[in-house]
Design a protein around this ligand. Structure first.
Ligand SMILES: [Zn+2]
Length: 478
């Protein structure tokens, strides 16, 4: 076990602004934060310039069509290619799952989940067979299930636009920011996406079936393509088939990590695609680097699982994959921002956000922003005041500090109503108690995240259970 919160702290105002810009999160407050110009179709008095709306619709439609046609050219070969069958992909998925589960076990083990989520995760085994099939050939319409076809086409358009540089450029030119809190913009785009999806079903269907892998956290299913270029589907020992299997290993690590993203993250970020793909691919790169560090014998065992045939072991194949792995170019910018975030706020903050839903490290609580933290004073972090210590007496109880001393430091603080926004407590750090579906983190989970004694936490706070969505205090071991 380790202190999973080492080197983490809450964001100051400037840092919140930086994180907001990196990931295009909504403005911090309606009055102070939103410095972006309004959409050029907005007129004074709540009126709309219909011609400007039409201009955006036309330009965006053109950018979408150009982008989709380009992708179509690059992926259409897959429609005619031979595919590695999913029964050979399942062992790759199981290996990817085992490695990711082991690497992040401590983080995953301390995350608060609903009972259904816990059950789903603990019972998850990858298989391509039967009703429980969860490793699925993405181009196999029947296996994917027809009932969600329309939604899939719509989602494909939405994802494409979110990461298309030319679409993003068109939107910026018109000061059109659909992500976050601008409702008119979001409605305009939703309508356009549905119209576009309906009018271009066939092209988008090819993009959807061959353009990318994806996964669905609700059902725990992973969708990948086994297509191999210029292959007759016979000899699986060929280098190009082995290379494709390693590529699938990388893709499945990424897709499996999506299944482990804490469900509080999409809530807090309005399903922000930069957070979703950036964090996920950052951790994918980390996992691949971890595999690269395996001993030769371990790598050879892994190769047997991934390649499925080790009568002709060829270290050239896995070395090629491990040495050349690069993120999907569409995600490179988002990954770059996560890397900057990790360098500044620590890898521990990345993992607390992604696996445990501690979005306060992005400055977020539920769907809003936390009050920005003051800059650290005398090397100590300020802690937002929670119900468990909102009077000097309660703070003295929790921390076992002298009440008189606390009162001399905060002279106007006498009760809950006069509590300061933050306190600085020597030897303590704050913890925001995460909750989902009415279930809050336990003292055990919190203690494990900070590597302290759970009984001590419960006793100090005088509470059998931690206060949901509120702050508690953690004594540092030092
Ligand atoms: Zn992804």
């Amino acid at each position: 076990m380790a202190d999973q919160r080492a080197n983490t702290r809450l964001l100051t105002g400037d840092e919140q602004e930086q994180v907001r810009l990196w990931f295009e999160l909504p403005p911090i407050t309606a009055s102070s934060g939103d410095t972006r110009l309004p959409w050029d179709a907005r007129l004074a008095g709540g009126q709309w310039d219909d011609q400007k709306k039409e201009e955006l619709r036309t330009e965006l439609t053109t950018a979408m069509t150009n982008g989709f046609s380009e992708t179509y050219k690059n992926v259409f070969w897959k429609a005619k290619a031979s595919h590695i069958p999913m029964e050979q992909v399942v062992p790759i998925a199981r290996a990817a799952k085992r490695i990711v589960d082991t690497l992040y076990a401590e983080w995953l083990g301390n995350a608060v989940l609903t009972l259904d989520q816990m059950r789903e995760r603990s019972q998850r085994t990858f298989t391509h067979q039967g009703a429980g099939a969860n490793v699925i050939e993405v181009s196999d319409e029947a296996a994917r299930g027809k009932d969600t076809w329309e939604k899939r086409i719509y989602e494909a358009v939405k994802t494409f636009v979110a990461f298309s540089a030319s679409c993003q450029k068109v939107m910026k030119t018109h000061h059109f920011y659909p992500y976050g809190d601008r409702k008119e913009e979001a409605l305009f785009l939703t309508k356009l996406f549905w119209e576009y999806a309906e009018a271009n079903q066939n092209m988008i269907d090819v993009f959807d079936r061959y353009g990318s892998a994806y996964s669905d956290p609700a059902s725990g299913k992973i969708f990948v393509s086994g297509a191999v270029r210029d292959w007759d589907g016979k000899d699986t020992r060929l280098a190009k088939v082995r290379d494709r299997k390693w590529e699938l290993f990388g893709k499945i690590v990424h897709e499996y990590l999506h299944l482990l993203e804490h469900p509080l993250v999409p809530d807090a970020t309005a399903n922000n695609p930069r957070v979703r793909e950036g964090f996920c691919e950052h951790l994918t790169i980390q996992t691949i680097a971890h595999v690269k560090g395996f001993a030769d014998a371990t790598l050879k065992d892994l190769a047997a699982e991934v390649e499925g045939d080790m009568n002709h072991p060829d270290a050239g194949r896995w070395n090629h994959f491990l040495n050349t792995y690069a993120p999907n170019p569409d995600y490179a910018a988002a990954v770059g921002h996560v890397k900057e975030f990790a360098a500044k706020h620590d890898e521990n903050a990345v993992r607390a956000v992604f696996f445990q839903g501690h979005t306060e490290f992005l400055g977020r609580q539920a769907t809003g922003w936390l009050p920005a933290a003051p800059s650290p004073a005398k090397g100590m972090q300020a802690i937002p005041v929670g119900r468990a210590f909102d009077t000097p007496a309660k703070l003295a109880d929790v921390t076992r500090h002298d009440k008189k001393e606390i009162m001399s430091e905060y002279p106007v603080w006498v009760d809950e109503k006069t509590a300061p926004a933050h306190v600085v407590v020597q030897g303590f750090r704050g913890h925001r108690v995460a909750s989902i579906g009415g279930i809050a983190e336990t003292w055990q989970q919190i203690a494990a995240q900070h590597e302290v004694d759970p009984g001590d936490l419960s006793k100090r706070h005088g509470m059998a259970d931690p206060p949901k969505d509120d702050w508690v205090l953690i004594p540092r071991s030092q």
